[in-house]
Design a protein around this ligand. Structure first.
Ligand SMILES: Cc1cc2nc3c(=O)[nH]c(=O)nc-3n(C[C@H](O)[C@H](O)[C@H](O)COP(=O)(O)OP(=O)(O)OC[C@H]3O[C@@H](n4cnc5c(N)ncnc54)[C@H](O)[C@@H]3O)c2cc1C
Length: 374
């Protein structure tokens, strides 16, 4: 069995560690901060999970991810995936909606079509405007992101993995006998294989191996207080949703954090992951408040919770999942481009296969490093 280090204990790293430890490898997870910290990308109570994509490639991959989430939830013995259904809407013949219908149909994913009147009857707290239409995916919902990360790490540890918190990797030196990792504080670790899942810190960490055109951006979201009873926005009565024409999206009340989350999938300001402006400003809140007024009747403008999070964007918004050029012992998973949490269990599975030289049952040239230099 191989000695394998997993660099980064976010969504991807924690998932890879669980698979590798379960298969009996000698696994060490190295995390620069505390596990489930809020400085990277995987912290919080909600991330949308859906098969609804405009691009059928991702719809197909999600078909493989859903059973892995179910398995994680069973092993963890706690609720991780809230199956609320998801409404994905925009002007009825908007190109994104047309592409969604095609991708779902081609992949055999059932969906319903809701017009504004049908939406008002079913989800009175979500308003479609005249001329808009919604595609409802029953199997969509949200993942309790922090709980998923913690469950993966707990299960990895139960299978024998070591999780080293507050242990930053400062140097990576491949040699003939293995890969030596220089750790903060002067310690070092020798392993046979390495998975790099460092999220927003990836490009800087790997700059001596590869030039990665990743852009780290500052993203914000707000939870707004309902005017009336919060139950009107509960997961039983309110779906996850995305407005595909404007890229606003949101969640039901998740039962853990206060209020109802609304966010905007629009690329934020580029930032250094170690110097992020973590305060929200009126300019961050204003577009969310305006959108809320138009589409979310019964949701007040009062903010119950607000937060900054980071995206790591690739130029084409496809992920990177590939060994480093000339160094097959190091597998990189990164550039999740703001839509990757729902895939983290699958990407962890794939990274674990790659790191142990097992066959990956999909052609993943879309995720290659080579495509970034073409
Ligand atoms: C506001 C927001 C909303 C989102 N909504 C959704 C959504 O609804 N659905 C969805 O699917 N996706 C969503 N995403 C995207 C998703 O959350 C991310 O793609 C995913 O969490 C990225 O996981 P990761 O493991 O790559 O990175 P991270 O979670 O950031 O993990 C990287 C880890 O590596 C550690 N690390 C870095 N460098 C070192 C080092 N040198 N030594 C040791 N450790 C190191 C970091 O501390 C960190 O813990 C959203 C993201 C944001 C910011």
């Amino acid at each position: 069995m191989a000695r394998i280090a997993v660099l980064g204990a976010g969504g991807v790293g924690s998932a890879a560690a669980r698979f590798l430890a379960r298969e009996g490898h000698d696994v060490t997870v190295l995390e620069q901060l505390e596990p489930d910290h809020d400085r990277g990308s995987s912290y919080g109570t909600s991330r949308i999970i859906r098969k609804t994509y405009t691009d059928g490639f991702y719809t197909g991959l999600m078909g493989a991810a859903y059973p892995l989430w179910d398995e994680l939830e069973r092993e963890a013995g706690e609720p991780l995936f809230a199956r609320t259904g998801g409404l994905f809407f925009g002007p009825a013949e908007h190109p994104e909606l047309v592409a969604i219908r095609r991708a779902l149909t081609e992949n055999g994913v059932p969906f319903e079509e809701l017009d504004p009147a049908a939406c008002a009857r079913r989800f009175p707290r979500l308003r479609l405007l005249p001329g808009e239409s919604g595609v409802f995916e029953r199997e969509a919902g949200f993942l309790r992101a922090s709980a998923c990360v913690r469950a993966n790490l707990r299960l990895a540890t139960a299978h024998g993995a070591q999780v080293r918190a507050r242990t930053a990797v400062e140097g990576i030196s491949p040699g003939p006998g293995g890969i030596t990792l220089s750790l903060a504080g002067g310690d070092s670790l020798s392993v046979d294989r390495l998975i790099v899942a460092a999220g927003p810190w990836t490009a800087r960490l790997l700059s001596r191996f590869v030039s990665l055109p990743f852009t780290v951006t500052r993203q914000t979201y707000c939870h707004f207080e309902p005017e009336g009873a919060v139950e009107e926005f509960s997961a039983e009565r309110f779906p996850v949703w995305i407005d595909f024409a404007t890229n606003f999206y949101g969640f039901p009340h998740d039962g853990q954090s206060p209020g109802v989350k609304v966010a905007w999938h629009e690329m934020g300001t580029p930032t250094d992951p170690d110097r992020v402006d973590r305060e929200l400003h009126e300019a961050d809140r204003a577009p969310l408040r305006r959108y809320r007024a138009e589409h979310l009747p019964g949701l007040s403008p009062r903010v119950a919770l607000e937060k900054v999070c980071l995206y790591t964007m690739t130029p084409d918004t496809d992920f990177v999942v590939d060994p480093l050029p000339g160094e097959p012992r190091i597998t990189l998973v990164g550039g999740l481009s703001g839509h990757g949490f729902k895939f983290t269990v699958l990407l962890g599975r794939i990274a674990a296969w790659m790191a142990t030289e097992q066959r990956v049952p999909w052609a993943l040239s879309r995720f290659s490093l080579a495509r970034l230099s073409r």
